[in-house]
Design a protein around this ligand. Structure first.
Ligand code: ZN
Length: 131
């Protein structure tokens, strides 16, 4: 299993360290998301933390909506305007997501993204020229 669940407690020695043995499954959240617990500091972690859907400033919903718009050929500029999220930020999320495409695709599929939409998202990233 290649889960990327890490401890997010800054005081913990396993903070952001990929140490599978320290994280174990710990029931589910009310929304049905798998939860985990760090054996060291006993803090619980939800599955979306540390994935593309985790952002300090935006909700999972917002991220999904931006990806959805992008997958349906809306320009970054128009998404910027309708969602009040900077295009640059959306691209960062997409780049983060692309680091683990299989995990991200799975999560997107759970949010009713079609295969076409998912491949358009990755395609969008390929079209970006480094500045
Ligand atoms: Zn910990």
């Amino acid at each position: 299993m290649s889960t990327q669940i890490v401890c997010w407690n800054e005081q913990c020695i396993y903070y952001k360290k990929l140490q599978d043995a320290t994280i174990h499954k710990f029931g589910f959240s009310r929304k049905g998301t798998q939860r985990y617990q760090c054996k060291n500091c006993k803090k619980t972690i939800t599955e979306t933390k540390g994935t593309i859907f985790y952002s300090k400033h935006y909700s999972e919903e917002t991220i999904i909506e931006c990806f959805k718009l992008l997958a349906n050929n809306n320009s970054l500029v128009s998404i910027e305007r309708s969602k009040q999220v900077q295009g640059y930020t959306i691209l960062l999320w997409l780049k983060e997501a692309a680091k683990n495409k299989s995990q991200a695709s799975g999560l997107l599929a759970q949010h009713n993204f079609t295969e076409n939409e998912i491949s358009r998202l990755w395609g969008y990233l390929l079209k970006q020229k480094p500045k």
